[in-house]
Design a protein around this ligand. Structure first.
Ligand code: BG6
Length: 487
């Protein structure tokens, strides 16, 4: 299947933190791949801004190395890479001082193109940079501002940030990235739910037993231990990625596929989450070292750290649709495999007409795999083929996107490719609104407060395991179990 690519208007994209990790690993390769796909036009301009003193050629050399490393196998066509590198410019700016702002304004002066400021920087710079963008004359009425998590570290700081940005930009100009919303399968979840009549009648607690959302990673936090130790899995993953996924599963159908209609529905879900008191429905863990690989406490460079590298939560949504069908959420580092999945586990058949000798089977499960091998499977029970009489077995109805749609690397864009193009198109559907971010903190804050004051430390778990024992118990005590962590 060949995807249709509609070129976007030429743009000026200013990337603060242009020499940083996110820009080099994700943004530049994403923009380059969109140029290869014919969506970003060579007439556009990418102005990297950073603390380092570099000229445009120095920056282009750095960018070329990033493309070689991260643009994907076979993507580096020398002519087209040269055309892309020509789009790049570099300005040295002091984000918290006055230096360089006049040169940046000069560089942008006279351009009629749409202007985007992408703040790929540490969060305490969001305010100072946005203010200087406004003051230095760089802001036009159509300017868009892109920020990425962490958007605050609790409700109060998120409110302060939102208020500060609101004095400088209108909400329609602010794009808050949660890169999970840019993942192919996440959007497919909306298509699955709202473009098929099949699911809606059974998409509720009468038919769904529970939902499991898992974001498991094999990597530890080595290399970014200091950042991570300040945040932990609750702030780093749960407040944003996992709650956003929960919203998309749980929300009511919006009237239109339109940014605010969708975001209103997600907000209602966040506001319907039952507040958790204490840690009775929360399990926290820290990975242990293995075969010379450091454990969490060494990676975090803090032997007394109480920060969690794993968290599992039983969440409940207090509304008519979901009352009685819990959402079990888990995420962690150094787990058995890298796997992100949403599983909607349906109730058992109300009565089995088959004798026990036919074999027992489990419930229907709709599993939406975000990574790896994006796709959707539906577990069904069928008769085992052959003449051996009636014997039941489980089979997956499997739709792995790469196989079903013949998707190759370019037609299955990475989350950042899609999100950056959406900013340019002015489509906020896949971006979080300020009130959503605040509602998520409002629910998470008491959990973090309880964790920070709890006498117990996070439970140690073996590296490359399924996480702490207590996480298994969180399900077992309800007569349920987690799906296996398999690649
Ligand atoms: C980031 C977190 O937001 O998401 C990281 O800060 C995490 O800790 C990453 O590793 C996971 O993203 P992905 O797309 O690799 O699943």
């Amino acid at each position: 299947m060949v995807s249709r690519v509609i070129p976007v208007e030429p743009f000026d994209l200013v990337v603060f933190g242009g020499t940083g990790d996110l820009a080099r690993r994700k943004l530049l390769p994403a923009l380059y791949r969109r140029m290869l796909a014919g969506q970003a036009q060579p007439g556009s301009r990418i102005v990297a801004v950073g603390r380092r003193v570099l000229d445009a050629d120095g920056y282009r050399r750095m960018a070329e190395a990033s493309l070689k490393e991260h643009a994907g196998p076979g993507a580096l066509d020398p002519d087209r890479a040269a055309a892309f590198l020509d789009m790049l410019d570099y300005v040295h700016v002091d984000a918290e001082g006055e230096g360089g702002w006049a040169s940046l304004a000069d560089r942008l002066e006279g351009s009629e193109r749409m202007r985007i400021f992408y703040l790929s920087v540490v969060p305490h710079l969001f305010g100072p940079i946005s203010e200087r963008v406004a003051r230095s004359g760089c802001r036009t009425p159509d300017t868009r501002l892109v920020v990425e998590k962490p958007l605050g570290r609790d409700l109060q700081s998120a409110q302060v940030l939102n208020r500060r940005l609101a004095t400088l930009f209108e909400e329609r100009q602010i794009y808050r990235i949660d890169h999970y919303l840019g993942k192919e399968t996440v959007q497919n979840l909306m298509a699955l739910r709202f473009a098929n009549a099949l699911f809606e009648p059974i998409w509720n607690a009468r038919h769904v037993d529970h939902v499991q959302i898992t974001v498991a990673e094999r990597v530890g936090v080595g290399g970014r231990g200091a950042y991570y130790d300040e945040n932990g899995a609750l702030r780093d993953m749960m407040q944003n990625h996992l709650l956003q996924l929960l919203c998309l599963i749980a929300m009511e159908p919006p009237a239109h596929f339109e940014p605010d209609a969708l975001r209103d529905e997600k907000l209602k879900v966040l506001r319907s989450l039952k507040p958790l008191e204490g840690l009775g429905d929360v399990v926290r863990g820290q990975y242990l070292g293995i075969n010379g690989e450091a454990g969490y406490l060494e990676d975090a460079e803090n032997p007394r750290s109480r920060t969690e590298s794993f968290v599992a939560i039983k969440a409940e949504i207090a509304n008519w649709r979901w009352n009685g069908a819990p959402f079990y959420l888990r995420t962690g580092k150094r787990l058995r495999t890298r796997m992100s999945e949403i599983a909607v586990v349906f109730k058992d058949a109300p009565h089995s007409i088959f004798p026990e000798s036919t074999g027992s089977t489990g419930p229907n499960v709709l599993a939406i795999r975000l990574q790896p091998d994006e796709g959707i499977t539906l577990r069904l029970t069928i008769k085992e083929p052959g003449p051996g009489g009636m014997r039941l077995c489980e089979v997956p109805l499997d739709m792995t996107f790469a196989e079903t749609l013949g998707a190759d690397g370019l037609s299955m864009p990475d989350a950042y490719e899609r999100l950056v193009m959406d900013v340019i198109r002015g489509d906020q559907t896949l971006f979080m609104r300020g009130d959503e971010v605040e509602a998520a903190w409002r629910w998470i804050d008491p959990i973090i407060a309880a964790a920070e004051t709890a006498p117990e430390r996070p439970q140690p778990y073996d590296s490359y395991s399924s996480g702490p024992e207590d996480a298994l118990m969180l399900m077992h005590r309800d007569g349920r179990r987690w799906r296996a962590l398999t690649a």
